[in-house]
Structure formats: structure tokens, C-alpha cells
Design a protein around this ligand. Structure first.
Ligand SMILES: [Ca+2]
Ligand SMILES: [Ca+2]
Ligand SMILES: [Ca+2]
Length: 248
């Protein structure tokens, strides 16, 4: 009777554990228009977008009122003297604060909520040399009515709840020239929620004062594998090497 070598079943079990449900929380491509390169300006004029594709602008009523004329994506080529030129592509998101736009923020769905996901967020932040940068926060929200998400609608008003925030990030040192800074932050989805409800990314400028402009570009978000998953990956690699050695 042939003895079945134990290594193959062990390896298969480890691979099975690697297909971890925690990795399924984000969409395969979590963000659309992550560099803010597509949009329209229904009010005419070249360059800046008043409407950014795939993102919901909380202040933008979608066609009427003064709020709509706000530049949500800034054409860096339109003001080469005061806008940072080393962003990805031609446009920055511009979270610009004024008395008529008191809480500029954009959001989009990035997946479905699952407990205790570590999410890594990276992005570029930009400062205009002729405006103050006051800080940007990257927030994770869950729940709410997906079909009610729209330009001019806040995440809070559709019933979503914030579960994590980077806090207000302000790595910019104001000076006489445009400045670019990169951020790399980790947040966690927490343990309170319902599996499968919407998971959102919201970008806001919580502490702005009138006249501030906060540029954001090249936003990326990924799930960080849990330490146990990383250990299993290492074990699986060792098991595969051992199995190969035994065969040769
Ligand atoms: Ca861009
Ligand atoms: Ca939009
Ligand atoms: Ca500045």
C-alpha cells in the first residue's frame, strides 16, 4: 500500500486559508477617477471641472445655484505659476473653502464593509503658492442608501456612518512656491457594522477657513493583509520549497 505524503494536503490547506474573506472588502478596482482626470464644466470655460466624474460632491447641487460654479478639479496647466506641476495628469481635486461652500467634500463607494480591515491610503496633497492649505482628512464610512448618493447629497444625509478617519493631515509648509507632499496612512474598518453594506471613502477639509484651497491627487486605497495571512504565505512558500526538494 502506497503511503500518501502529508505535505500536499498541508499545502492545500494553507492555500485554502490564504483565500481569506477579509481581502474581499474592497472592489477589485476600489476607486474610479482616482486622479480626477475626467469631469465636465456645465458652466462653460476651459480648464477646471465643476463636476468630477465618479465622485459625489457634497456641495454641488448638479446644475443650479452658486455652489455649482465651484472648481472641483483644478487644471494645473491653467495656472502654472501657483499650482504644483508634479501631480499625476493635468488635474487636481480642489477642496476649496468659502463662506458659500462651508464643507467641501467628495465621496464614492469603494467596496462593502467587513470587520477589522486595515486599509492603506496614499495620496498626493498640493498647495497653491497664492492660497493657504488648511488640511485634508480621508474618512471611511459604512452603510446608507447607495441609490441616494448623488452630487449635492452628503454621506451623512443618506444614512451612512463614519467608522475611521486619518484626522486632518497638513504636511504642507507654506512658502512662496507651490508645494507637493505625499501621505501614507492606515485606517481600520472597526467591528461595528453589517457585512455587505456599502463602504465609502470621503475626502474632506474639516478645519478650513474662507479662501483656503486644498489640492488632492493620485488617491490609492488597498487592504493590508493581516499578520496571520502574511505568516501563512511564508509557511506556504516554505512548504512548497520542501515539497520540491523531496521530489528532486
Ligand atoms: Ca490628477
Ligand atoms: Ca460628481
Ligand atoms: Ca499656500
Amino acid at each position: 500500500m502506497t503511503q500518501v505524503p502529508p505535505k500536499a494536503p498541508v499545502t492545500l490547506a494553507l492555500i485554502g486559508l490564504l483565500i481569506h474573506p477579509a481581502l474581499a472588502g474592497l472592489f477589485v478596482t476600489p476607486l474610479d477617477n482616482a486622479s480626477f482626470e475626467t469631469g465636465t464644466n456645465p458652466f462653460g470655460g476651459a480648464g477646471n471641472f465643476a463636476e468630477v466624474s465618479s465622485w459625489f460632491e457634497e456641495n454641488d447641487a448638479g446644475g443650479t445655484g452658486t455652489a455649482d460654479t465651484r472648481e472641483v478639479a483644478q487644471d494645473k496647466l491653467a495656472n502654472t505659476g501657483n499650482i504644483p506641476q508634479d501631480a499625476v495628469g493635468q488635474y487636481w481635486l480642489n477642496l476649496a473653502f468659502s463662506d458659500s461652500h462651508p464643507t467641501p467634500a467628495v465621496y464614492q463607494q469603494i467596496g462593502t464593509w467587513e470587520a477589522n480591515l486595515d486599509l492603506q491610503i496614499t495620496a498626493l496633497l498640493g498647495d497653491r503658492s497664492n492660497q493657504d492649505f488648511s488640511g485634508v482628512a480621508f474618512e471611511i464610512w459604512r452603510g446608507g442608501t447607495i441609490g441616494s448618493a448623488a452630487d449635492g447629497t452628503t454621506l451623512a444625509s443618506i444614512g451612512a456612518t463614519m467608522v475611521a478617519t486619518t484626522g486632518t493631515l497638513d504636511p504642507i509648509v507654506e512658502g512662496g512656491s507651490p508645494v507637493t507632499a505625499s501621505i501614507d496612512e492606515t485606517v481600520n474598518t472597526g467591528v461595528v457594522g453589517t457585512g455587505g453594506e456599502a463602504l465609502w471613502l470621503r475626502i474632506s477639509t474639516p478645519t478650513a477657513v474662507n479662501g483656503n484651497q486644498n489640492l488632492v491627487d493620485d488617491v490609492n486605497i488597498t487592504v493590508i493583509p493581516e499578520p496571520s495571512t502574511l505568516a501563512l504565505m511564508a509557511l506556504t512558500g516554505i512548504a512548497a520549497v520542501l515539497a520540491r526538494r523531496r521530489r528532486s
